[in-house]
Ligand binder design. Structure first.
Ligand code: AKG
Ligand code: FE2
Length: 325
């Protein structure tokens, strides 16, 4: 075990304040050291996806998913109409999506980088640029302890400047993790179009104050980028809407954490919008755990269903969720 992990088991190895001085770094091979240094200093790392068959897998995935987006076998079709398109969790029916998400070299690498076992819990396949506003994945997929989450973005074709490449702010991963507490907002049972919306003003203020500059990722097919949970990133404008920008994003969590969505939580009051997480590698649910205890925190009820059920839920809400007087 590294010094950093024995002193700070609740901080990912590559994000630890002890990272630079940690003798455990010398136990990493040079590929791992390079990636660890990139993650630590910039909040992302670029690498060739560690699978010799990745090119063929990509071709098969595009052939399988293309028709869902109205694209013909030769790739022709109305790309402009694909704004916002994605397939979530195609790993459930596509063996190649699953193989990329569960790539053993990637799992081994992430496990070393974070100091806990990594597991994939979600895949997203995009046929075109997302144009998604700048955000951190932390506000979608938070954890306690914080930062035990990362994304791996795989280029499923060469990406040029006009198809809306991925963008990010190197160094922004070192900012405090955005929370409702910081921006003075109540989250529990709030209604939002997107879990990232409440934090946009705060991120914009940080960008203006720090002057951090955007970079874009214009990779070759088969290159990948790992981003830390708190790295600010998004999709740039699709300057040419006839271009595709096929990609797979796999989101990873790490063992023995609480997995929740901060936008719908009030952490100090113990109200956590817990996530039901499934490990893509095993297809099994992963329990929410804090140190050596499994959590059974009440969840926000939904407002659908018959009247008797809604009444029951309301009573349940009053019993478990109202602030103590
Ligand atoms: O591919 C992109 O443009 C961004 C995707 C993203 O932010 C995510 O999946 O977390
Ligand atoms: Fe993201």
């Amino acid at each position: 075990m590294s010094t950093s992990q024995s002193v700070f088991p609740g901080i990912p190895f590559v994000e630890s304040p002890l990272f630079e001085a940690d003798p455990a770094r010398s136990a990493l091979d040079s590929w791992e050291q390079d990636i660890a240094n990139q993650l630590n200093s910039r909040g992302y790392a670029v690498l060739d996806f560690p699978d010799p068959q990745v090119g063929e897998r990509i071709d098969r995935i595009r052939a399988c998913l293309g028709p869902r987006f109205g694209l013909a076998e030769d790739g022709s079709g109305d790309k402009a109409a694909l704004a916002g398109s994605r397939v979530q969790d195609a790993w459930q029916f596509d063996e190649d999506v699953r193989a990329i998400a569960t790539n053993p070299a990637m799992l081994g690498l992430l496990t070393k980088m974070y100091g806990r076992r990594a597991f994939p819990f979600q895949t997203l396949n995009f046929p075109v640029g997302t144009q998604q506003a700048l955000h951190t994945d932390s506000v979608h997929f938070s954890s306690i302890p914080e930062r035990f989450m990362c994304g791996v973005w795989l280029a499923m074709e060469d990406v040029g400047p006009d198809s809306g490449p991925l963008t990010y702010l190197p160094g922004s991963h070192r900012w405090p993790v955005m929370s409702n507490v910081m921006i003075g907002r109540r989250g529990w049972q709030s209604d939002l179009k997107s879990a990232q919306d409440p934090y946009a003003d705060a991120w914009n203020a940080l960008i203006a104050a720090t002057g951090l500059q955007h970079e874009t990722f214009q990779p070759r097919k088969g290159q990948a980028l790992i981003w830390c949970a708190n790295l600010l990133h998004g999709g740039t404008r699709r300057k040419n809407r006839d271009l595709t920008r096929w990609s797979q994003v796999t989101h990873y969590y790490f063992d023995d954490c609480v997995y929740y969505t901060p936008a719908f939580s009030d952490e100090p009051l113990g109200r956590l919008a817990l996530r039901d997480i499934v490990d893509v590698s095993t297809g099994l649910k992963v329990p929410n755990r804090y140190i050596d205890e499994t959590l059974t925190v009440p969840r926000p009820p939904t407002s659908s269903g018959p009247r008797w059920l809604r009444r029951l839920r309301k009573r349940w809400r009053v019993m478990f969720s109202e602030p103590a007087a």
